[in-house]
Design a protein around this ligand. Structure first.
Ligand code: AHN
Ligand code: ZN
Length: 329
């Protein structure tokens, strides 16, 4: 219990280092063990899916853009053959504001018992409270990278699943209300104010006794020159899954992007999947030791737009996830 408490406290304050490196091209098609063909992840396609989300404007809960984007996401996932559940729920933000939230769950081959969970948050932050200009601190963010990037990658994964079914069933869960956490101007951070959608789903999954072999959360995975380190909560609950993913990335030539070093702790959606559901779930998230926030300079600012999205970074993350899921049997 003491250890966990320490982790949560550390998670609030810890920041990580990241190091330089270069990108290598992965082969167009890769053959997995036992002759399975791994589909080729298209970074430009994922980029367009990020752009589409951003075109709605900030996807802040209770806004029209939020409603419109939810419909688009659900339609898109259905068009790729998924069984889509709109888990609508009213959540209460730390401000007391009631949020009409919706977790969007896309199940591929829902009849299969062996499953993998892939997740990201699709909402964007209501306040650019890390913006250098205080005049922006109450303005919403576009969330191209913070939110949009992970979802963009997962929509592309859905497209590939529609063309080449995987051996295991896949659930893509897009969490709402991740980024409604305590405003930076508040004196104390309210406990569990972040990740409201995942907290709800992890207690009330869309299917009774939902289970998955493991989960992968994608958050802030679009910036050029991104590096991904082994995040602390992931390491604590699911180090074998971190190993699995980082090894697969190295095999594909991405060892300078997926760096085999300890990162800091991030309180993110995966915490509740681990804690409440007991599904080992990791977070692939980019940190930046050189910026004040510990994330990139665009993070929680009005500059989190398409200029911070690289199709190549999306491809590296997406191709790694695809290689991991198609190799499971
Ligand atoms: C905190 O800042 C406490 N957690 C980072 C989780 C996050 C926010 N991911 C995206 N936006
Ligand atoms: Zn955020």
């Amino acid at each position: 219990m003491r250890t966990l408490f320490t982790i949560f406290i550390t998670a609030l304050f810890a920041f990580v280092a990241c190091t330089g490196g270069s990108t290598k091209q992965a082969p167009k098609k890769d053959v997995a063990e036992q002759g399975i063909t791994i589909p080729s992840f298209n970074g430009d396609s994922a980029y367009k899916f990020v752009e589409k989300q951003v075109s709605f404007g900030p996807r802040v809960p209770n806004s029209d853009a939020h409603k419109a984007c939810a419909e688009w996401l659900a339609d898109k996932l259905r068009s790729y053959g998924a069984e889509v559940t709109m888990q609508r729920v009213q959540l209460t933000a730390y401000t007391g504001t009631k949020l009409d939230a919706c977790n969007i769950i896309a199940s591929f081959q829902p009849q299969k018992r062996k499953r993998i969970l892939l997740c990201a948050h699709w909402d964007s932050r209501p306040w650019a409270d890390a913006d250098p200009d205080p005049a922006n601190h109450r303005k919403p963010i576009l969330g191209a990278n913070d939110g949009g990037s992970g979802v963009g990658v997962l929509i592309e994964v859905a497209r590939l699943l529609s063309l080449t079914p995987s051996e295991l069933g896949i659930d893509i869960v897009l969490f709402d209300a991740e980024d409604y956490g305590t405003h930076a101007s508040e004196m104390a951070t309210t406990e569990n104010s972040w990740a409201l959608g995942s907290q709800y789903w992890a207690r009330m999954p869309h299917k009774e006794n939902y289970n998955a072999r493991f989960g992968i959360l994608l958050d802030i995975v679009g910036a050029p020159q991104s590096k991904f380190l082994r995040e602390g909560i992931s390491e604590h609950y699911a180090s074998s899954i971190v190993d699995k993913v980082w090894k697969r990335a190295a095999e594909m030539g991405f060892s300078s992007i997926f760096i085999n070093e300890e990162g800091g702790y991030v309180t993110d959606d995966h915490l509740y999947v681990n804690e409440f559901m007991g599904i080992p779930c990791i977070d692939i998230i980019n940190r930046d030791k050189d910026s004040k926030s510990g994330f990139g300079p665009y993070w929680h600012t009005v500059k989190d737009d398409m200029s911070w999205i690289s199709a190549e970074t999306l491809r590296i993350v997406g191709q790694t996830v695809v290689a991991v899921i198609y190799n499971e049997k």
